[in-house]
Design a protein around this ligand. Structure first.
Ligand code: NDP
Length: 434
């Protein structure tokens, strides 16, 4: 805290992990002797750089780029790039820190990293996005590599941006398909990568519901956000029999009692890059509520899937969801529930799936994309989907077993932190003081 006084999101993420680890250190005193936690908290490397670009009016703009190469204990750094005006060092460090544990939980050989820029893609033309991505990659390419660090997408970085980033990398270095994941299917991408985080969160939630003898059939669900994670969480929830009645973006939320019409939402968000309020133009029975005091979490629901951004679900929201009878909360986004909100859900014994376990499906399929690129093969959609499903079941069972073993049965926050940590700790310990 003394070294990073202003990094509030980073400190929030670290504190949560710290609180879980006390019983681990009782069982493994050598990790205390090796000062393992202090070493893990310090990123191996933080790269911060200038990103100059020219907008459509000919004006020179400057943004700041980051890559945090957090931990390579179990494999090359792996984690997404976020383009959003809120990006700063605290945000990329919190995301990179969480990524270490998440990646370990997938069972794939990938370390933790994260990056991005305070660039705001909203309202920019395709050419502006392209020029920005080219400038960003001109610097980033010095620091990444298929066996060193393999970035992917995150908020504000989808298929279009990955294409421009990849194009610039290739121009500077020749074709190395394993350099980024989330690539288009025509140039080395993996089937199911687009769907993976949303589908994975729903598979994780399915395991949670199973533990109380429940399924998605005939349940109502709220999914916040309407980006990559949210859209595919809605798709899979709907396929499995739930009715998703609401979704959102930063301008507000839509409510459709009949269930969100996914084709309309995809057209608005993936094709037109428009605001979510457009939905009600085509579905007059639905309503749009502008962002303000009333949040998406005020709607009565069985299931809540926060899939937008960090700290979007507050203590007040948690209390409202509980009063309205919520059964399970599954985090598709990274750290979307505030610390107090998480504690409230747990105190009320609501099933709670933390992001670092529940949203690991995206990075897991990214690792499968790397495997396909290295061996120059392409698996079918069903093959990758089955592997994803198995990985999510595996993450759930690791987290639940660790929670049991270390004395908090059913606590997936505690269990995921411990299971992820133990893998990274064993690798770090074996490699000496580095
Ligand atoms: P997208 O950019 O595709 O979508 C983000 C969505 O969240 C948009 O609807 C956006 O609305 C909304 N949003 C973003 N910031 C805010 C904010 N400050 N307030 C309200 N709404 C906001 O991103 P993703 O779907 O890829 O990512 C969503 C979350 O999932 C993030 O936490 C990300 O880290 C996490 N995640 C993503 C993975 C992936 O594979 N993509 C993997 C694992 C985790 P608007 O358009 O109005 O900004």
């Amino acid at each position: 805290e003394q070294q990073n006084p202003h990094e509030t999101e980073f400190l929030q993420a670290v504190r949560e992990v710290f609180e879980s680890l006390t019983p681990v250190f009782d069982k493994y005193p050598q990790y205390v002797k090796e000062n393992l936690l202090a070493r893990l908290i310090e990123p191996e490397r933080i790269i911060s750089f200038r990103v100059p670009w020219v907008d459509d009016k000919g004006k020179v703009q400057v943004n700041r780029g980051y890559r945090v190469q957090y931990s390579s204990a179990i494999g090359p750094y792996k984690g997404g790039l976020r383009f959003h005006p809120s990006v700063n060092q605290s945000i990329v460090k919190f995301l990179g820190f969480e990524q270490i544990f998440k990646n370990a939980l997938t069972g794939q050989p990938i370390g933790g990293g994260k990056g991005g820029s305070n660039f705001d893609p909203k309202g920019k033309s395709d050419f502006e996005i392209m020029r920005f991505c080219q400038s960003f990659m001109t610097e980033l390419q010095k620091h990444i590599g298929a066996d060193i660090d393999v970035p992917a997408g995150d908020i504000g970085v989808g298929g279009r941006e990955i294409g421009y980033l990849y194009g610039q990398y290739k121009r500077l270095n020749g074709s190395v398909s394993g350099i980024l994941t989330g690539k288009g299917l025509t140039y080395g991408g993996s089937l199911t990568r687009t769907e993976a985080t949303g589908y994975g969160a729903v598979y994780f939630g399915q395991e949670m519901l199973k533990s109380i003898g429940e399924t998605y059939q005939d349940k109502t669900a709220l999914v916040s956000g309407s980006g990559n994670v949210a859209i595919y969480a809605i798709e899979k929830l709907t396929q499995l029999g739930a009715t998703v009645v609401a979704a959102s973006d930063s301008s507000g939320f839509i409510y459709d009692a009949e269930g969100i019409h996914l084709e309309t939402l995809k057209q608005i968000k993936e094709v037109d890059h428009e605001r979510i309020s457009k939905y009600v133009e085509q579905h007059p029975n639905a309503t749009f509520t502008e962002a303000g005091d009333k949040t998406i979490w005020s709607i009565k629901t069985d299931l809540a899937f926060p899939c937008a951004t960090q700290n979007e679900l507050t203590a007040e929201d948690a209390k409202t969801l509980i009063a309205n009878g919520v059964i399970a909360v599954v985090e598709g986004a990274n750290m979307p529930s505030t610390k107090v909100a998480t504690e409230i859900f747990q105190a009320h014994k609501i099933l709670f799936g933390p992001g670092k376990a529940a949203n690991a499906g995206g990075v897991a399929v990214s690792a499968l994309e790397m495997a396909q690129n290295s061996s120059r093969v392409s698996w079918t959609f069903d093959e990758v989907d089955q592997k994803l499903h198995a990985i999510m079941e595996g993450i759930y069972s690791q987290a639940i077993s660790a929670a049991d073993e270390f004395g908090k049965p059913g606590d997936l926050v505690f269990g995921a932190n411990i299971a992820g940590f133990l893998k990274v700790a064993a690798a770090m310990s074996a490699q000496g003081i580095v």
